[in-house]
Design a binder for this molecule. Structure first.
Ligand SMILES: Cc1ncc(COP(=O)(O)O)c(C=O)c1O
Length: 362
């Protein structure tokens, strides 16, 4: 089925704010600029998402359970990747690029978001993939990437895919933009710094309590980096707890470690320091747990299946590679913490009903 943008999702640059009247004024989707206004012209995000995403109680799990609905960031394809694209798109368009190339597993959610946003922006998209265990999620994402007009090149093993991405002659072509896997570039981290300010605004409006802990899955790590840095900048005391779902290293390269999270936070802080040299003296401590990773990337376990079923019963659709593992960790934390805990839903929940192929095996 071909996806077309039937709604009015023409690109919006940052909406001009009407200073003369507050009547009918939409809340800014980027509360980070209320605190750091000098960043606005530099980052100039593109309005693609439906922000803020809701915070909701998960009452069936008790009075401490809350969820942040980033599964609904966009009308066509939600999730954390789409939120990042508001800031990534600004960089691509400013550089006048015409073709985006990115990297991911065969079932990459990031690839789907990239394809969807490229279609929306009128850009070409190529996704270079590496093999991951086949599942209904992989098949669904393959068909979504194609339906959003992306060309998929499967390079087989991860090392070959990385070679094809990093040593690609098209890097020399002026029209091509090479976006690292997961969209993990510094401005994408800023999208999640902004998301922490969004949560703070919701806490101030008493839409939810300040969570003692926030749980989310971690792959390329810019979501964790952004939320950790953002909570520190926003003065939230919440501990942001990342659940690692990706191999810590691929060959000699660190892919999902504390060092990676720290580097991403430092790069985002550098953007901030250009205009706000006093902004943050020390980086906050990143929390990355590895105890839900086994037996490997994208492999479904009985515990993940159970967590996904519990989430489904609450109306939350999760995937086996990322969000299911983090929800498993969240459910366990709820049993012991005794304080409000927020699950940050990062997996797109739109398009599920219409595009899932029949279940096979996994
Ligand atoms: C559903 C989902 N959650 C979480 C993540 C991890 O986000 P990040 O790459 O920013 O660590 C991903 C990455 O692909 C994802 O698809």
């Amino acid at each position: 089925m071909k996806q077309t943008l039937t709604d009015n999702t023409v690109l919006n640059k940052a909406p001009a704010e009407d200073q003369s009247s507050n009547i009918g004024k939409r809340e800014s989707p980027w509360p980070i600029f209320d605190v750091f206004p000098k960043l606005k012209p530099q980052l100039a995000p593109v309005s693609l998402c439906d922000l803020p995403t809701a915070v909701q109680p998960l009452s069936a799990l008790g009075d401490k359970a809350w969820v942040k609905r980033d599964d609904l960031t966009h009308k066509r394809y939600g999730g954390n990747k789409t939120r990042k694209f508001e800031f990534i798109a600004a960089e691509i368009l400013a550089a006048n690029k015409k073709h985006v190339v990115t990297l991911g597993g065969t079932g990459t959610n990031h690839g789907v978001a990239t394809a969807m946003v490229c279609q929306q922006l009128g850009l070409k998209c190529t996704v270079i993939t590496f093999n991951q265990p086949d599942s209904k999620f992989v098949q669904k994402n393959q068909s979504l990437m194609k339906s959003f007009g992306a060309k998929i090149i499967n390079a087989g093993p991860v090392a070959l895919a990385a070679l094809r991405f990093y040593v690609n002659p098209r890097r020399l072509h002026k029209d091509y933009y090479f976006l690292p896997g997961g969209g993990a570039i510094p401005v994408a981290t800023m999208a999640y710094v902004n998301a922490a300010f969004e949560l703070k605004r919701q806490i101030e409006k008493q839409q939810c309590p300040e969570p003692a802990e926030i749980y989310l899955p971690v792959g390329s790590a810019s979501t964790l980096a952004g939320l950790t840095l953002g909570c520190a900048l926003a003065g939230l005391k919440s501990k942001v707890i990342g659940i690692r779902v990706l191999d810590a290293k691929m060959g000699p390269v660190e892919t999902c470690t504390n060092a990676v999270v720290n580097t991403l936070m430092a790069q985002a802080r550098d953007i901030l320091l250009q205009d706000y040299p006093q902004a943050l003296k020390e980086l906050p401590k990143a929390i990355l747990r590895s105890d839900f990773f086994a037996p490997g990337y994208g492999v479904l376990t009985p515990a993940t299946t159970h967590a996904m079923e519990q989430a489904q019963a609450l109306g939350l659709t999760l995937d086996q590679t990322y969000s299911g593992k983090a929800f498993d960790a969240y459910l366990q934390a709820l049993k012991i913490t005794g304080k409000p805990i927020l699950y940050w839903a990062t997996y797109n929940s739109i398009l599920e009903a219409t595009t899932l192929p029949p279940q096979t095996g996994h």
